[in-house]
Design a binder for this molecule. Sequence first.
Ligand code: FMN
Length: 179
Amino acid sequence: MNFLDLVKKRQSDRKYTDQPVEREKIERCLEAARLAPSASNSQPWEFIVIEEPKLREKLANATFSDLVRFNRFVPSAPVLVVLTSWRPKLHIVLGGILKNRQFNLIDVGITAEHFCLQAAEEGLGTCMLGWFNTHKVMKLLDIRRPQKPVLIFTLGYSGHKTIREKKRRNIDDIRRYIS
Ligand SMILES: Cc1cc2nc3c(=O)[nH]c(=O)nc-3n(C[C@H](O)[C@H](O)[C@H](O)COP(=O)(O)O)c2cc1C
């Protein structure tokens, strides 16, 4: 697929069918994520793939509450993937302090999008979730600091029939050439 078409095809899918996701498709998404660039090639991430229904349900329930309800669709996803970040190496932390940048979060964002674009290429839907109960997720998956969950992806065959038009800022508002 043409890359720009793939970018347009990826969208946050918030409805899934029951169709199971083939393991080899998940593996290709992880491979695309593995090849992502990172500051000093530090690759400060781990992907935890949860297929097991009971654990998946508990994890899904950690992404919404009575007050914050927008992630109530999450239990419909047949696979959840938790993306964790490690504390980066000391020289990257120091570089980040000097430059006022959190390189490991930039790295995690890049690998996350590699994962989601490969999923779109595989005909799968995803939604990145930044809203979840960190403490509950760490407890459920036995994640210990300095490792920390940063994002959760829903993964599955989309229940949406169409690709929504992207709502984005106008190109004139986001780019500036200096020629
Ligand atoms: C870091 C991050 C966190 C997000 N967290 C959530 C979330 O908790 N729940 C949700 O439904 N969507 C979440 N989204 C999806 C965004 O709402 C979505 O990407 C944005 O509205 C653009 O829509 P699109 O992905 O369909 O193009 C998140 C996206 C990003 C990049």
